[in-house]
Design a protein around this ligand. Structure first.
Ligand code: GDP
Ligand code: MG
Length: 171
């Protein structure tokens, strides 16, 4: 079975852990320790091929920023997370995208952009049209998710797994 390293990156509090834990354990954790950085493992069947995902849920706090470089070097696929309820968190995605391209020395890197907390309708700050045109300009796939309601979480990892299989074909 082929194995792929995935790194979940984004500003603090945007819902990286909630997204990861929903995908890995199908559970919603209301209060996850924001300083915990953990690697998870999950097999995933897509297009009749079983793969193994090693997912690193990063802490995203300012004091751990220097670690990003190490993670980006070893990661094969990236989930760039922002919160639909916090427009400023989009800036982090923009800068991570640049950082990834710089460190990888290429723009053909498997990436999915994720806007979280789509269930918090009245708190929304980022409109779908805004992020869609941004993602278009970046040429990256984009999903609106809710870890709480389990909306489109699987789609994110399916898309990323397909990209990683294309980018890193078996020897
Ligand atoms: P991280 O710092 O990026 O790992 O963020 P967390 O996963 O710890 O989430 C931060 C806060 O947002 C927590 O209080 C979560 O319960 C909440 N949260 C995360 N995802 C969702 C979601 O999809 N819907 C709602 N309503 N709250 C969420
Ligand atoms: Mg976290």
């Amino acid at each position: 079975m082929r194995q792929f390293n995935v790194v979940v990156l984004g500003a603090g509090g945007v819902g990286k852990s909630a997204l990861t834990v929903r995908f890995v354990r199908d559970d919603f954790v209301e209060h996850y320790d924001p300083t915990i950085e953990e690697q998870y493992h999950r097999p995933m069947m897509v297009d009749e091929e079983l793969s193994s995902l090693e997912i690193l849920d990063t802490a995203g706090a300012e004091q751990f920023k220097s670690l990003n470089e190490v993670y980006i070097k070893t990661g094969r696929g990236f989930v760039l997370v922002f919160s639909l309820t916090q427009e400023v968190s989009l800036k982090e995605v923009e800068s991570l995208r640049k950082q990834i391209f710089r460190i990888k020395g290429s723009e053909s890197v498997p990436i999915v952009v994720v806007g979280t907390k789509s269930d918090l309708v009245s708190e929304r700050e980022v409109q779908t049209s805004t992020i869609e045109s941004l993602a278009n300009r970046w040429n990256l796939p984009f999903y609106e998710t809710s870890a709480k309601r389990n909306w489109h979480i699987n789609d994110v990892f399916e898309d990323l797994l397909r990209q990683m299989r294309d980018r890193y074909p078996p020897e």
